[in-house]
Design a protein around this ligand. Sequence first.
Ligand SMILES: NC(=O)c1ccc[n+]([C@@H]2O[C@H](COP(=O)([O-])OP(=O)(O)OC[C@H]3O[C@@H](n4cnc5c(N)ncnc54)[C@H](OP(=O)(O)O)[C@@H]3O)[C@@H](O)[C@H]2O)c1
Length: 250
Amino acid sequence: MNKVALVTGASRGLGRAIALRLAKDGLTIIVHYGQNQAAADEVVAEITALGSKAIAIQADVSQVSSIHAMFERLDIELVNLTGESKLDVLVNNAGTAIAKPIGDWTEEEFDQQFDLNVKGLFFITQSALSRLRDNGRIINLGTGLTRFSYPVYGVYAASKGAVNVLTQYLAASLGERGVTVNTIAPGAIDTDLNAGWLRSEEGQQQTLATSAIKRIGMPDDIADVVSFLASEDSRWVTGQRIEASGGAHL
Ligand SMILES: NC(=O)c1ccc[n+]([C@@H]2O[C@H](COP(=O)([O-])OP(=O)(O)OC[C@H]3O[C@@H](n4cnc5c(N)ncnc54)[C@H](OP(=O)(O)O)[C@@H]3O)[C@@H](O)[C@H]2O)c1
């Protein structure tokens, strides 16, 4: 029986790389997306070409009603795909980062960060729990920015700080089921999220100057660590924040 992973935000960036890596590991993948159905369909096609099973599913993760509606559809889709409505791995990857000096933030932007990165992650996890098999895996995306500081990312980092704390509490609650819960905290990785800055001359120089390993991080650098956290080999690791940043700001 193939294990099943739900990867949120798998249409692009880190989520896409994670979905493809877990598919190579032999898992069936639920490719969640927000707005980019065409991109999600491409990921499904790539996974199918690898010989694994996949379907795409949509939800606005910042809306709890949308999350609930997605799980209702997912129950039916999972039965069609695998014979039962069960998950083995949840990767809470969908997220966004707004960069602004403290004085420029609006209430709407603040809510946008927390609704997606914290509230959405929490309610997806809540809905997933009744579908998650014992000895399952929950992997949350955090950030290196909860250890080191770039002032414009204060609100974003605070939302990921909440993710670190939720990870610890979920791990404590779910350990008796053998479910592990960990945060992977990437440094700057080349995706759409930060392309404007990271692909600029200044962004490249600043990132390389503050990194022990002298190159820019790529999505596969994160996907390979997620592969370990999703595997049986990580069974004794839970409640942890694992940074994969190439040694940023050591
Ligand atoms: N890239 C980095 O340097 C970096 C560093 C540390 C942590 N992270 C974290 O890693 C995760 C992925 O980042 P990324 O760089 O891959 O970002 P990205 O390239 O901007 O991709 C974001 C993904 O999240 C989905 N998404 C965004 N808003 C959504 C919403 N309201 N509802 C549903 N899905 C939504 C997008 O789906 P659609 O395109 O289909 O709408 C997309 O698949 C985030 O949690 C981020 O905070 C990234």
